[in-house]
Design a protein around this ligand. Structure first.
Ligand code: AGP
Length: 594
């Protein structure tokens, strides 16, 4: 997720572009750059944040320009990979947010036609394709380019020959900001609120030509009229997309994160990880290592791999790895880290590498330290996660683990087909839970008065009970513990009673009947019980004090739907208790100390 901006008007564009870009850095901040159009195109870019770029920039004339703040997907953060990207003549400049899936093929084709590429990015094929199709009209050249690229994009292009910005949108947000004898384009509203609050939202397939005093929009070659919206948000509000907290915004981004992450893997020709090629050994078992929420994703990964790949999977806390048995030669090793900067996980990876092991990392930040230590990186597409409490990154990590297991699965073809079908349903099912948030908020209002809470689950949802407890602890400051439901009777039962509510994950899989027994045992000890159950589960309705219903889905995917529901429960409980949700005390988004 990057931020793009464009300006055309009567004022000097440079400072306006930079100011707008600073407002977009919540979307990505590993590089930044601008291109200004006057008699020619001048580009300045580097792997720095906007405030550093401002310091390094000479004064450049130009009343039209484009800018970009980057969240690297293809090619590490560097000066050459930063946007804008240009064609061979340097006369066409482009900024892009999204992923071009077929860029490799296009790059090969264009190279054979003599185009010279300088970066590792997917985006750079766009200005070269525009150049290939350019006959003096930028929007026609862009339209022709759009017919060749596959993927998601918000694109803005300029050329020195024509006083206009040309933009296109598909599966990435793009707006037009309307001013007085000046106009803007941007990935999101926050960027332009200092200059205008009159906004047009572009739809998928829209291609727009923006001049200082005119905007025309086409879709599928036909002129389309668009409604103008008046925005009443503050800039800070807008960065949250109108949500009160980044945590809630990021929870609501999960259907898209699932689509983007799976979309990436589905488009890959080869499996997302090739253990045997890396270690030269057949894969016999796996070791997963991580911390915090990523550790809980690894624990879910254990159940997924053991059920689908039918090989043993061991999970270790990264901070404990050095005190445990070294993995064997035929062990596939996967580290999981959202930030890629967690010291415990990096040390564990270095220790394994030091022992001659090959390590794959599942990571959300391109070119993080972890991706540089690893022998191979599986990137997830959660985009920048601002709230300290990890939510969308957890779901994205599970997508990587599902795809990894499916690409090594030993299940029969009909089971495989039905699993892939169910996986495609996941974004819609998660959206159902988000649409049903009020029911969860009601449970949160009930839960907020307690100081001790237990979460219980069985099988693949035992780690989800751990994650639910971690989320509640982190953001609401309630002391919460997650347990395998079978463990309660071995001690924690002593703490049950009217002041210790229990959240039970009652997914109707092979653990359901035993879970019902455990729920009755909890009720017998007077603990209030909130159950997570698939809709129309009348039995649970009889037993539980409150029910959070989640859509029915194949049990192997239920950790996703259950986790999203528990993220919302933690969020609304923290809100009820007036906690500083995005920045809980004593915590950091990336723990860079041991
Ligand atoms: C989760 O909400 C916390 N922010 C924390 O437990 C986090 O998951 C842990 O520090 C690991 O971070 P990583 O995924 O960036 O390595």
């Amino acid at each position: 997720m990057c931020g793009i901006i464009g300006y055309i008007g009567e004022r000097q564009a440079q400072s306006i572009l930079l100011n707008c870009m600073a407002r977009l850095e919540y979307r990505g901040y590993d590089s930044s750059g601008i291109a200004l159009s006057s008699t020619n195109i001048e580009v300045y870019k580097d792997a720095v944040r906007v405030n550093e770029l401002v310091k390094a920039l000479p004064k450049i004339d130009g009343i039209a320009g484009i800018g970009h703040t980057r969240w690297a997907t293809h090619g590490e953060p560097s000066q050459v990979n930063a946007h804008p990207h240009c064609d061979c003549t340097g006369n066409i400049a482009v900024v892009h947010n999204g992923v071009i899936h077929n860029y490799q093929k296009l790059k090969e084709q264009l190279s054979q036609e003599g185009h010279k590429f300088v970066s590792e990015t997917d985006t750079e094929v766009i200005p070269h394709l525009i150049e290939k199709h350019y006959q003096g009209n930028l929007e026609e050249a862009l339209e022709a380019t759009l017919h060749e690229i596959e993927g998601s994009y918000a694109i803005a292009a300029i050329t020195a020959n024509e006083p206009k910005l040309v933009v296109a949108r598909k599966d990435s947000p793009l707006i037009i900001g309307l001013g007085d004898r000046e106009n803007f384009i941007a990935s999101d509203v926050p960027a332009i609120l200092d200059y205008t609050n009159r906004v047009i939202y572009l739809e998928d397939g829209d291609v727009a030509v923006i001049r200082k005093d005119e905007v025309s929009i086409k879709n599928d070659g036909t002129e389309v009229a668009k409604k103008e919206h008046q925005i009443s948000w503050t800039v800070e509000d807008a960065q949250k997309g109108g949500y009160e907290h980044f945590m809630l915004k990021e929870i609501h981004e999960q259907p898209k994160v699932i689509r983007d992450t799976l979309g990436e893997y589905i488009s890959l020709a080869e499996p997302i990880a090739n253990f045997s090629a890396l270690s030269g050994q057949p894969l016999e078992d796996m070791l997963l290592v991580a911390c915090g929420t990523s550790y809980h994703a690894a624990l879910v990964g254990k159940y997924i791999i053991e059920e689908l790949v039918r090989i043993p999977a061991r999970v270790e806390l990264a901070s404990e790895l050095s005190y445990t048995q070294q993995p064997l030669a035929r062990t596939g090793i996967v580290a999981i880290t959202q930030s890629g900067e967690t010291a415990d996980t990096l040390n564990a990876m270095r220790r394994l590498k030091g022992a001659g092991k090959k390590v794959i990392v599942i990571n959300n930040v391109v070119s993080s330290s972890a991706s540089r230590i690893a022998d191979q990186t599986i990137y997830v597409r959660a985009g920048p996660e601002i709230s300290v409490a990890a939510t969308k990154s957890f779901t994205a990590q599970l997508m990587a683990l599902y795809w990894l297991a499916l690409s090594y699965s030993k299940v029969d073809i009909s089971r495989l087909d039905s699993l892939v079908m169910e996986l495609r349903q996941l974004p819609r099912k998660v959206q159902q839970i988000l649409d049903n948030a009020e029911e969860i908020a009601e449970c949160a209002r009930y839960l907020a008065k307690y100081e001790n809470v237990f979460f219980i689950g069985r099988g693949i949802n035992f780690p989800v009970a751990l994650e639910g407890a971690l989320k509640l602890k982190e953001v609401s400051y309630i002391h919460a513990e997650g347990y395998s439901a079978g463990e309660l009777k071995h001690g924690p039962f002593a703490l049950l009673g009217i002041n210790t509510p229990v959240i039970a994950i009652a997914t109707q899989d092979n653990t359901y009947q035993t879970m019902l027994t455990n729920i009755k045992e909890v009720k017998a000890r007077k603990s209030p019980l909130i159950a997570l159950a698939e809709e129309e589960n009348g039995v649970i309705g009889e037993l539980a004090d409150l029910v959070i219903s989640v859509p029915k889905i194949d049990a192997v995917f239920s950790p996703v739907t259950n986790a999203v529901a528990l993220q919302l429960l933690a969020y609304y409980t923290a809100k009820q208790r007036g906690c500083p949700i995005d920045t809980p005390k004593n915590l950091a988004k990336s723990v860079t100390v041991e």
